[in-house]
Design a protein. Structure first.
Length: 591
């Protein structure tokens, strides 16, 4: 009877989780049917999906910017289609990998079938495609629940498994990622990594070849969805090393994993080779993965996107990994090694905050692995009443906080991209804020009037410093020769990248028909990642001094030693003279 009740608790928990997600996605599908929602996917999600629309609509992968933008104009309110990069050979390549398109293909095919028989446009974006896209996302969420439950039951009781399931789905940023970013990779990778981990565990237990084969194919598929997740190769490498009687048998079996990776990545390589001219094109994004300069502290504990700030329940991983080491050292090193390496790589991405999200969404992929040490922490801390009560209070608080902040995210109080310490505590615990203001957020880098807005009101979270960032001197720019005006480090003279630059350029442009262009570029030793350009037009008589005043915000600066360079291009036939360049920097210094 007791065992039946325990199983009932776990099964009821699973049904409740599935039911909540089903109801949420049913609402989304209803909005599609009513015509209130028309955009299947945009931004990064569009980059994954367009492999299908291009291949089945045009029978090729020769993307055209105008065609992609036309679809976004029609269905997604004109969201900019930035997914292509023009190569030296003139072809435009999708900067995203095609692995997720494999996972979306069945939904696309079903949507295409219904679009055909129901008379909807067969363009990949009409209502039938949108509905099947949402159903596909829900399917992977349910499959993720299924595999995570099976993993937990290999280690823990029904009660502990039920509690861990509740924590993962409602006490972390999984919920927001699933309902707001379902077009991205994370819910798919969550499920695939859960399947991989489960198959490896079962293979160790049963030595069944079917689990080994599924694990190898799954890892190959994962690597085609997100290439950096090849780091998950550590799991079979470390988990299976003592399964085989000889080293030869071990390495012979392990070799199947890279072969599976090659199998799933071969279409991508052919695409690169045929249209891009190279078998391997490692990165076409503006940002780079710079493993020698990771933003680990920001990634983990910053108010902007800190993983442990917005999913603090994972502080239980500290005792959890200790217990995993003591009880299952055979699993500790594979899981801990993958998580440690993943955090390093995730934090090394120059866009370490991963754009719009609730907390560090990149970590959602790994929750099937983290659920095991989380369960061990609960078992260990539940041994004595006093500690167990304290743990349950902590779990209840963090779960409630996550649910509440998820709602704040949905209504717009918790900003997806510009959170700060001041704004976090301004909205903390509040569902309704009279006279709500966004001035405590990180500066809006499209707004060049933010200093006056902040100075016009009284705030106690910081101050604005004005710094002379001028270049003094005269620079002559010959015809047809780009000439450097200045290059300097941003720090330590500037204290923060929340800085507006106001530049006053006094110049003489000798050729009124072909004015010079002054460029302001922010760059690291790895790449140039932000640029502004302004035409030095002639507004007076030839040979007279003109003045141009421009204002622009610094981008989010990626590295402490990054610089700004200023240069002038002169397409005319006469000399351009920069007589002076005065720059004021307005920096928001936060307490």
């Amino acid at each position: 009877m007791v065992e039946f009740l325990r199983r009932t608790i776990r099964r009821t928990t699973i049904l409740m989780i599935v039911g909540v997600f089903t109801l949420t996605f049913s609402g989304k599908i209803t909005d599609v049917i009513k015509g209130e929602s028309t955009c299947v996917c945009s931004y990064d999600g569009y980059g994954y999906y367009i492999y299908l629309t291009q291949l089945f609509q045009h029978r090729n992968l020769d993307f055209k910017q105008s065609e992609l933008q036309a679809v976004q104009n029609r269905y997604c309110n004109g969201t900019y289609a930035y997914q292509l990069k023009e190569m030296d050979n003139g072809n435009s390549l999708d900067i995203y990998h095609m692995g997720q398109a494999y996972l979306e293909l069945p939904a696309y095919a079903v949507g295409h079938f219904f679009a055909k028989i129901m008379g909807y446009p067969k363009d990949g974006f009409s209502k039938p495609y949108h509905v099947t896209f949402l159903l596909n996302a829900l399917l992977f969420i349910v499959l993720g629940i299924y595999f995570l439950n099976k993993i937990l039951r290999l280690f823990f009781s029904d009660q502990v498994s039920a509690l861990v399931l509740l924590i993962v789905y409602f006490g972390t940023n999984f919920w927001i990622t699933a309902i707001h970013s379902y077009q991205l990779q994370h819910i798919y990778l969550f499920t695939l990594i859960g399947l991989l981990f489960y198959c490896l565990l079962k293979f160790r237990e049963l030595k069944s070849k079917k689990y080994f084969l599924v694990a190898a194919l799954t890892l190959g598929l994962i690597s085609s969805v997100r290439p950096t997740h090849v780091l998950l190769g550590l799991l079979p490498l470390l988990m299976l090393r003592k399964v085989y009687p000889t080293k030869w048998a071990y390495w012979k079996s392990i070799s199947l994993f890279p072969l599976a990776g090659l199998l799933f990545n071969l279409p991508q390589m052919l695409y690169w080779k045929i249209l891009g001219g190279s078998w391997f094109i490692l990165n076409m994004h503006v940002e780079e993965v710079v493993i020698v300069d990771p933003h680990i502290v920001d990634f983990l504990v910053s108010y902007k996107k800190g993983w442990l700030v917005y999913s603090p329940v994972f502080l239980l991983l500290i005792p959890g990994f200790i217990q995993l080491y003591k009880r299952r050292k055979d699993l500790f090193w594979p899981v801990f090694g993958v998580v440690l390496l993943a955090i390093w790589i995730f934090a090394s991405w120059e866009c370490w905050w991963y754009a719009a999200s609730f907390g560090s969404r990149a970590m959602v992929d790994l929750y099937p692995l983290l659920a095991v040490p989380l369960g061990f922490a609960i078992v260990y801390l539940g041994r004595t009443k006093m500690v167990a009560y304290s743990m349950m209070v902590f779990v209840f608080f963090t779960l409630s906080l996550s649910v509440f902040q998820s709602e704040q995210f949905s209504i717009g109080y918790l900003h997806p991209d510009r959170m700060t310490k001041a704004h976090y505590w301004y909205i903390f615990g509040k569902y309704s804020i009279p006279d709500y203001t966004m001035n405590r957020l990180e500066i809006d880098r499209e707004d060049t009037d933010w200093p006056s807005k902040i100075q016009a009101e009284t705030f106690h979270f910081g101050r604005i410093d004005t710094i002379d960032f001028s270049f003094k001197g005269l620079v002559r720019v010959p015809a047809q020769i780009p000439t450097l005006v200045d290059k300097r480090s941003l720090f330590p003279k500037l204290k923060t990248d929340e800085t507006l630059l106001e530049a006053q350029i006094r110049y003489v442009n000798g050729d009124s028909l072909n004015p010079g262009v002054i460029h302001f570029e922010t760059f690291s030793k790895y790449n140039t990642y932000s640029w502004k350009a302004y035409s030095l037009v002639t507004q007076k008589h030839a040979g007279e001094t003109d003045t141009l005043v421009v204002r622009f915000n610094l981008p989010r600066v990626n590295h402490q030693d990054d610089k700004i360079q200023i240069y002038v291009e002169n397409p005319g036939q006469k000399e351009v003279v920069i007589q002076s360049l005065k720059i004021k920097a307005f920096s928001l210094i936060r307490k």
